[in-house]
Design a protein around this ligand. Sequence first.
Ligand code: SF4
Length: 166
Amino acid sequence: MTSNPDNASCPKLVDRFSFAERTLMQLGLYGFLAIGFYGIHRIDPAWAWGYLAYAFIGFFGGVLSIICSRCPYPYALKTCLFLPVRVVPALYAQRRTPIKIWQTAVLTVFFLSLPVLPLPWLIVHPPLLAGFLALALAVFGTVLLYYCKRCRNRRCPFNRAQGEAG
Ligand code: SF4
């Protein structure tokens, strides 16, 4: 669901994520992580568990702490695209401070590394590689090209929304 922006030419900001939106994005995110894990695991289980731990720590210790703790969706609007809505407020008090440049750099490296790290193991299995890349591109592409232009988290360094204040 969306609301009207000040400027009619700007994409409308999102107020709530529908069940279909949440389901599709979660299937995409957790799907590509699962394929990445499986693709590594069939060759080297230790590296697969390392990848999973890296993704888990990066999300819960990095993304939730830096971006989601400053995001109005789980706190004020009671909706969340990737997690049950109570998770972020249960883990982090809402922050209102700006995100620092070094935190943006850490997040950028983390987001880029998630779809890149499994590639050496997936390259030998083209069907897994194709599924992995399709889901990863769908998730990152949809977030960057669709949600970041309609997002109310004005403290997020990736936000490209215009119009009404978040
Ligand atoms: S601007 Fe994009 S990356 Fe940042 S919180 Fe919104 S949807 Fe997520």
